[in-house]
Design a binder for this molecule. Structure first.
Ligand SMILES: *Cc1c(COP(=O)(O)O)cnc(C)c1O
Length: 230
């Protein structure tokens, strides 16, 4: 059941290297987050045996269960919509939270991180294509959220995250990613902070995201296979 995972991982890694080289970038600048949501701990284990250490989960409970069941040499990235009442659970397990999408969530994470003695890395999630059913702040709301992130004492604000519209095609997808990069550059200048990370690109579009400067790609299906939602 997990035999395909090592081969898929190798294929994704070589596609990342190819895309980075084509963009004149070092492939070491691009981290692969293997998105294991909806797949069991055995699938994560198979990927770990193939050398993968960074994993992404989108639900607090599922992250908790897998992190507890697996060796602690894995680095967990939380990438889903985070309810405020699950924030502490996620803070205990995740080194990175990619999906901070409101000032209230940010405030709560900052306070809890202080109480727990943690300083997680966070990214602010932007709804790149303005799709109403998608998570992330709008471009209009981003400046306020960014100002709050710059003030948060217990969070390390490292950059931005976003998803291109599904089926957007190369030109529209790349335009979305380029806008996220430009916005990151602008916010880094305005707040005088280093914002090195751009989390963008999934199974269908990570090569385009790398061409536009992605430093983290979040890839699920191309590694683990088709997810079955129940
Ligand atoms: C599920 C998910 C991914 C991975 O998507 P694939 O198309 O399976 O690669 C990436 N980012 C987020 C935020 C997700 O929820």
């Amino acid at each position: 059941m997990t035999a395909h995972i090592a081969a898929n991982l190798a294929a994704v890694r070589s596609e990342i290297a190819r895309a980075a080289a084509a963009a004149g970038r070092d492939s070491g600048e691009v981290r692969l987050i293997a998105v294991s949501k909806f797949f069991p701990a055995e699938a994560v284990s198979a990927a770990r045996n193939a050398g993968q250490r960074l994993f992404g989960e989108s639900k607090a409970q599922e992250l908790e269960q897998k992190a507890a069941a697996l060796p602690d040499d894995l680095e967990w990235h939380f990438i889903g919509h985070l309810q405020r009442n699950k924030a502490a659970m996620v803070l205990r397990r995740a080194a990175w939270i990619h999906s901070v999408d409101s000032p209230k969530l940010l405030e709560r994470l900052d306070r809890l991180a202080g109480e727990l003695g943690r300083r997680p890395n966070i990214l602010l999630e932007v709804n790149l294509a303005g799709e109403p059913d998608k998570t992330g702040v709008s471009w209009d709301e981003l400046p306020e959220l960014a100002a709050a992130a710059a003030r948060a004492a217990n969070l390390h604000w490292a950059g931005l995250m976003g998803m291109a519209a599904e089926e957007a095609g190369e030109a529209a997808g790349r335009a979305c990613f380029a806008r996220l990069r430009e916005s990151r550059d602008e916010l880094a200048r305005r707040h005088g902070v280093a914002l090195p990370e751009l989390s963008m690109g999934m199974s269908g579009d990570f090569a385009w995201a790398i061409a536009e400067g992605a430093t983290m790609v979040r890839v699920g299906g191309a590694i683990f296979g088709q997810r079955v939602y129940d």
